[in-house]
Design a protein around this ligand. Structure first.
Ligand code: GLU
Length: 295
């Protein structure tokens, strides 16, 4: 596995999606990442994950920068915006397509639910969603070509079985990643991406997905350390798979605890879900935020 050489300057990133206002959970992630970067003499980058044109907005991007600056965080320019790099993600898709790992999927949510209804015990992925039941996986070329020619929108899904077979045939199995725990121990974790099933790699509405853009950008930005919430730990299994097929370097990971209710602390329980803007307007200071988050 190609991990960052010890001599390399550590590069960390905070990568919010501008689909809403930042709250305390984001503040924890951003401050922690910033501290780790500063403590190691590394760099701290900000990346705006705005592939979702329906939900992302310029106001939220401005608000994110405002909140981070208010918390006292400094990031290196330029800020990478994913919506400006669809061509790069298309090139990565083409590489996966060339390996025969993707297939077009025209299924609607309704079709998927209907197909799952017929299963006695549908499998669920680590996020709790039913594993894709394989509609269109083996659709005849004529049908696919006709639908494409008719302008029907489609997603591109990863053929997980093929991907696993290819890894095994090429002696690249098992795949692992390095996880640094909160107490600083480094663990080698074996990824089990099969449990995700045929995940979407390019969505119907945009020529990429969270999984694809995140691995491409981490490589382009030369990120050595990915610090993010524990809720994304299982996604790292898909990321590792994509890194192998796209021949990308592998950062070291730290999946931190999630911030939920903060009862018993100085700020009230409901604070956990309030936006940083709302807290600021109530008179809460950045120092109080740091304190309540344990910094
Ligand atoms: N954009 C993702 C989010 O806001 C985080 C992605 C990551 O850190 O890998 O949840």
């Amino acid at each position: 596995m190609a991990t960052a050489p010890a001599s390399q300057t550590p590069i960390y990133r905070f990568a919010p999606s501008p689909n809403g206002e930042l709250h305390l959970g984001h503040a924890f992630s951003a401050i922690l990442t910033h501290e780790l970067a500063c403590r190691s003499g590394g760099r701290f980058l900000l990346r705006i994950e705005d592939i979702d044109a329906q939900r992302a907005s310029a106001e939220f991007i401005d608000a994110i920068k405002h909140d981070l600056a208010w918390l006292g965080l400094k990031w290196q320019e330029p800020v990478r915006r994913q919506s400006e790099h669809f061509g790069t993600y298309r090139a990565a898709l083409a590489k996966l397509e060339k390996l025969g790992l993707l297939y077009p999927c025209f299924a609607t949510r309704k079709e998927i639910s209907k197909a799952i209804e017929g299963h006695d015990t549908p499998r669920h992925d680590p996020d709790g969603a039913p594993v894709y039941p394989g509609i269109y996986k083996n659709a005849p070329d004529e049908e696919i070509n006709a639908r494409r020619a008719g302008g029907e929108q489609f997603a591109l899904r990863l053929d997980m079985e093929k991907a696993m077979n290819l890894l095994k045939e090429n002696g690249k199995w098992p795949i692992v990643f390095s996880e640094i725990s909160t107490d600083g121990r480094r663990e080698c974790i074996e990824a089990n991406p099969e449990r995700w099933g045929d995940v979407v790699i390019a969505r119907k509405d945009t020529p990429t997905s969270y999984h694809l853009s995140v691995v491409v950008d981490d490589a382009i930005q030369k990120i050595t350390h990915v610090t993010r919430g524990r809720d994304l730990m299982a996604s790292t299994e898909i990321h590792r798979l994509l890194q192998v097929f796209l021949d990308l370097p592998v950062p070291i990971y730290h999946h931190h605890r999630l911030i939920s209710g903060l009862d018993g602390k100085k700020l009230s329980k409901s604070t956990g879900s309030k936006s940083l803007r709302a807290l600021r307007e109530e008179g809460v200071t950045p120092d109080e935020i740091r304190k309540v988050l344990g910094f």
